[in-house]
Design a protein around this ligand. Structure first.
Ligand code: NAP
Ligand code: MG
Length: 492
């Protein structure tokens, strides 16, 4: 495979090398364009709207690149390109479609260093997480669904499968390239084509992925990436030729989408918010559980829909557990996302930092006790100290609502039933964790917890073979595994 796109750069887009004085070694060779157009029908185009938005580095507030804002007209062009491409893509031998997905997976692996650095610069997450978790999983997702492309008759024995058609896909800013992979890989494997809208603050890896699509010989129009804000997403949801909407984001927007497409016959899957409980029993390996709690809430600054945002710890061990937890928190390194030692990077945007601060104030106003492990955080960029709230009750706002930041609430319990009752007492139902030596408690939690995902003696582990999704206000439908193909096929 020869890297075509790097040999024939889009003439309208000047490329720059990031070489600002303070740039760490790791960013010096990263190539970003000054501006990125819309990726429609296999090429980058200027937006009809003539509008561009800034993509910032949240760790230092510097401008990384300008990104196009797609208007309704641009969305229409992308949907038409996808519609035209779909007819050919569907007829292509399934094995050939699989090969395209394998090529994407291989090229993502080859460019994983570059993708990791850009993901961390654009979104604020620690490089250790982009490098060791996000980008390897992105490749794994494409490898996994590449394998299904020519095996759909084994996946659904005795049934005839047909693709749904053109899929509109809308993703959030917390795992930009990973959410892209969760959406695009199963859609393409099942013979659909896509128009995907990344989140406003984190479009860059999706646009580098567009370059990768050209290198991988993805036929023009099969994958279209249109950037923009909420209005662009709305235009995609409303477009009459879109047959399926796949959305990951907030519960509020998920509900709006359900209403907007009611009666249109469009298929949909929604991955929404969460407020996961992490339950620590007295018989758990406590030191490991402390690490698990840290990972559950502080991974990706807590910008994780399935974060373990509520700690439920058995009363008999709560004092010693809390002491260990605070001690561990005080050793977390908060700062430059591109430093390999950093544990907690930048909050994704000024508005998200503002939202987290508002929740912290609400927690204080409601009478909770706050502990912050770091008195100071970098003053430039958007940073938040790891935060604990104790003395909270089940009805407190910080216990009920999703904060989507490095803020953990702590409650205690006496019996397994009390723990599970508290765990289930929020509007959400995405994830949960249970730490114990006893299989019986794991089984009890498994059968009684109202959540789509339950981890035992670990947390935040993802794999393309396992379905992921929520119940209650956390969503509809599953992504990952065989289940992840259902939203993208019609079965006969
Ligand atoms: P969001 O505001 O709902 O945005 C998600 C995406 O939808 C973005 O691309 C956004 O564009 C777009 N959008 C906003 N309003 C829209 C509308 N009316 N119609 C169509 N598209 C619209 O959520 P967010 O703040 O980016 O992400 C945080 C939320 O996502 C949290 O609640 C979190 O729990 C949830 N989440 C869930 C999962 C899961 O798998 N369950 C995974 C990750 C995140 P702009 O960015 O341009 O506004
Ligand atoms: Mg950004």
């Amino acid at each position: 495979m020869k890297p075509k796109s790097s040999q024939t750069p889009d003439p309208s887009m000047a490329e720059t090398f990031l070489k600002y004085a303070a740039a760490p070694e790791s960013t010096r060779q990263i190539r970003l364009r000054d501006q990125y157009g819309l990726f429609i029908d296999g090429t980058f185009r200027k937006p009809e709207s003539g509008q561009w938005m800034d993509s910032l580095n949240p760790a230092n507030e510097s401008l990384l690149a300008k990104v196009a804002v797609a208007s309704e007209q641009d969305v229409h062009r992308a949907v038409q390109a996808a519609g035209k491409a779909q007819k050919k893509w569907q007829k292509m031998p399934a094995r050939e479609r699989g090969k395209v997905l394998y090529r994407l997976a291989r090229l993502i692996q080859e460019r994983s260093r570059e993708l990791s650095v850009i993901e961390s610069m654009d979104g604020g997450k620690p490089i250790r997480e982009s490098r060791d978790v996000d980008i390897p999983l992105v490749a794994a997702w494409f490898f996994y669904y590449a394998g299904w492309a020519d095996k759909l008759q084994y996946a659904f024995p005795g049934r005839e499968t047909t693709p749904v058609g053109v899929c509109g896909q809308i993703i959030p800013w917390n795992f930009p390239l990973l959410m892209l992979a969760w959406k695009i890989a199963p859609a393409l494997a099942a013979g659909n084509t896509v128009v995907l809208k990344p989140a406003e603050t984190t479009s860059l890896t999706a646009l580098v992925f567009a370059d990768i699509c050209r290198d991988a010989d993805v036929p023009p129009g099969v994958i279209n990436i249109i950037t923009g804000a909420a209005a662009t997403g709305q235009a995609l949801v409303h477009h009459p030729e879109i047959k399926k909407i796949a959305f990951t984001g907030s519960t509020a927007v998920g509900k709006w989408i359900q209403k907007a497409i009611a009666g249109t016959g469009k298929k949909y899957s929604l991955e929404l918010g969460g407020k996961g409980a992490n339950i620590i029993f007295e018989d758990a390996p406590l030191d490991q559980a402390v690490e698990g709690v840290i990972n559950a809430i502080f991974f990706n600054q807590g910008h994780v829909c399935c974060a373990g945002a509520r700690l439920l710890v058995q009363e008999s061990v709560s004092e010693s557990f809390l002491r260990k937890l605070k001690h561990r928190m005080s050793h977390l390194i908060v700062g430059d996302p591109l430093d390999k030692n950093t544990d907690i990077g930048a909050i994704n945007s000024a508005s998200q930092l503002q939202r987290i601060k508002e929740y912290i104030n609400i927690g204080l106003a409601e009478g909770a006790q706050m502990y912050q492990s770091h008195e100071t955080v970098p003053s430039k960029g958007y940073f938040c100290s790891p935060t604990l709230f104790t003395d909270v009750s089940q009805s407190n706002t910080v216990v009920q609502e999703e904060i989507f930041g490095p803020v953990l609430t702590v409650q205690t319990f006496r019996t397994p039933s009390e723990a599970l009752e508290k765990a289930n007492n929020t509007p959400y139902g995405l994830s949960g964790g249970v730490w114990t030596d006893k299989g019986s408690k794991i089984f009890q939690a498994g059968s009684e917890i109202q959540a789509g995902v339950l981890w035992s003696n670990t947390f935040n582990k993802f794999d393309p073979t396992s379905p992921f999704g929520g119940v209650k206000e956390s969503g509809v439908g599953r992504e990952g595994g065989l289940h992840g193909l259902y939203p993208y096929i019609n079965l006969r």
